[in-house]
Design a protein around this ligand. Structure first.
Ligand SMILES: Cc1cc2nc3c(=O)[nH]c(=O)nc-3n(C[C@H](O)[C@H](O)[C@H](O)COP(=O)(O)OP(=O)(O)OC[C@H]3O[C@@H](n4cnc5c(N)ncnc54)[C@H](O)[C@@H]3O)c2cc1C
Length: 405
């Protein structure tokens, strides 16, 4: 099969679908093709936000983004993604933390809104179509795919990063970008669990905390939220956000498991619990403050013998328990791999594109979404960037093809 299209979008994820909608909104007569390597578009959208899709956030600012792409002007142009989604028939609600979700509470609604919009606008979607090579001859691109050759006047790389490859993006976009002479900052997993020593006995437990990343003795980042203990380390949104700041050996995660209380308030609570449960075994002493599993772990980490009775706890032991609960440290051994990462940090350098997302080196070649060296905090910022950059790149590609850029 050989196809000719005005715009070829490689990747039918959040960025690629938004790009196609936006390009066809600008000039209705353009032929637009999406080539997607998976059997369906938007596979990753379906798993976002635990299946609920946290698609954006009302607290939008460039301070929530990291990497070499200057997101300032994009964020001020597209500070609110809801009007775009509203035009596609998608209604949303905002939770107490400012996170925006579809009103249906189902990620499939977001994917439906995009894929129906693409279909209605006459965009051709070719699935099971892996793009493997791009060449440019004169003003025309030739893209080799598993479904044959596709020629286009403009190409948009919307291939995502290398995280969660089971949902589609497998890092091949980076190879395509490099083959066109674009420079990358080394991709690495971000928003991912951290592997740590010492979590045995806590597997499966979740606890509210303040988590600090301590590198070479200095606190370099801190988050409030819920930590999840796993067999191999620490997970949860607060850990995800800290994971991208982890870059040095000699790192610890320090957890304050009673962040609402000062150390002396916690000590008072522990003393009164020990008094109230004088006749109980020590392992039953603090279950009115911490979960049994956590209380048991903290007793062991504080060096308190489990054969004791609550009435036998010394003042020093209670003090040591309080200090352990307010400063429980785990040595970090690394980040988990791309497979369990929500996003890829690194990617095509921000200096490679103009503010309209066309590459400076190759006229007619555009980039959007996670392939770029930018990632956002948890809270809807990554999908927001994917949608906003997709909309911008789509508009720019349409204007480029129409000779009006
Ligand atoms: C479990 C999980 C939960 C998440 N939850 C949230 C959340 O709630 N909120 C949030 O903001 N972000 C969330 N994210 C991050 C968010 O999903 C991504 O940042 C976003 O999907 C990136 O969009 P994208 O279109 O750039 O890339 P992708 O969504 O990865 O899409 C890229 C597409 O390109 C296709 N492709 C790649 N290479 C080729 C090729 N060579 N040829 C053809 N097709 C190709 C892929 O198959 C894929 O469909 C989550 C991520 C994960 C993994």
């Amino acid at each position: 099969m050989e196809k000719i299209s005005d715009i070829l979008i490689i990747g039918g994820g959040a960025a690629g679908l938004a790009c196609a909608v936006s390009a066809s909104n600008i000039f209705k007569n353009l032929s637009i093709t999406i080539a997607e390597r998976m059997p369906k578009v938007g596979k990753k959208i379906l798993v976002t936000g635990n299946g609920r899709c946290n698609l954006s956030n009302v607290n939008m600012s460039e301070k929530f983004y990291h990497g070499t792409v200057d997101v300032g002007s994009l964020i001020s142009e597209f500070s609110d993604i809801r009007p775009f989604m509203g035009e596609l028939g998608l209604f949303t609600y905002t939770d107490g933390a400012g996170r925006i979700y579809p009103l249906s509470n189902t990620a499939a609604s977001v994917n439906d809104a995009l894929r129906f919009a693409v279909r209605e606008r006459g965009v051709e979607v070719i699935t099971d179509c892996d793009c493997t090579q791009i060449r440019k001859n004169g003003g025309c691109f030739s893209v080799s795919t598993s479904c044959g050759e596709i020629k286009a006047k403009a190409v948009v790389l919307a291939c995502g990063g290398a995280s969660a490859r089971v949902h589609g993006s497998n890092g091949s976009g980076f190879t395509l970008a490099e083959s066109m002479g674009l420079e990358l900052n080394r991709p690495y997993p971000a928003l991912c669990p951290l592997t740590a020593e010492g979590t045995k006995g806590l597997e499966g437990l979740r606890a509210g905390c303040k988590a600090e990343l301590v590198q070479n003795g200095k606190t370099t980042a801190a988050e409030r939220g819920e930590v999840q203990f796993t067999k191999s380390g620490l997970s949860g949104i607060c850990i995800f956000n800290l994971s991208a700041c982890f870059n040095k050996e000699n790192s610890l995660i320090k957890l304050d498991l009673a962040p609402e209380y000062s150390i002396s308030e916690l000590k008072d609570m522990l003393f009164s619990a020990a008094e109230a449960r004088r006749g109980c075994e020590v392992q039953d002493c603090f279950t009115g403050i911490f979960s049994r599993q956590l209380a048991l772990y903290l007793l062991k980490r504080s060096g308190i013998s489990l054969s004791k009775n609550c009435s036998e706890l010394s003042e020093n032991e209670i003090k040591s328990f309080a200090e352990t609960a307010k400063g429980l440290s785990f040595k970090i051994t690394g980040r988990s791999d791309f497979a369990s990462a929500q996003v890829t940090a690194g990617g095509v350098k921000g200096s490679e594109t103009d503010f309209d997302f066309m590459t400076k080196k190759v006229k007619g070649l555009f980039l959007c979404g996670e392939i770029l060296d930018v990632w956002g905090d948890c809270g809807g910022y990554n999908l927001h960037f994917a949608f906003a950059s997709g909309i911008k790149a789509g508009k720019s590609a349409a204007c480029f093809v129409n000779g009006s850029s």
